[in-house]
Design a protein. Structure first.
Length: 91
């Protein structure tokens, strides 16, 4: 979906404690970010070694709200799972 004047955009950036944690977070989120949600699309990137960014593009405000709820839920679940699974081993 290419941006146009009626397109809504948002970027969510997750700062990880280490590059390894950021890599694991990216791997966990990649399948979900590549999945198109109704009227919206997410694109995952790594702007910095310890950071994962998710750019969301939506056709309207309702689609953006729904997409952000969906994508942020996946981010939250992935972060919680990584914390639980790795605890102090990845610091």
């Amino acid at each position: 979906m290419s941006p146009d004047p009626g397109t809504w955009t948002a970027t969510v950036r997750v700062h990880a404690p280490s590059e390894r944690v950021a890599q694991m977070l990216e791997l966990a989120l990649r399948p979900e970010a590549d999945r198109e949600v109704p009227r919206a699309r997410g694109q995952l990137s790594r702007p910095h070694p310890n950071e994962v960014a998710l750019a969301v593009t939506a056709r309207d405000g309702g689609a953006m709200r729904a997409a952000l709820n969906t994508y942020l839920g996946w981010v939250s679940l992935s972060v919680a799972t990584l914390r639980s699974a790795t605890s102090d081993r990845l610091k």
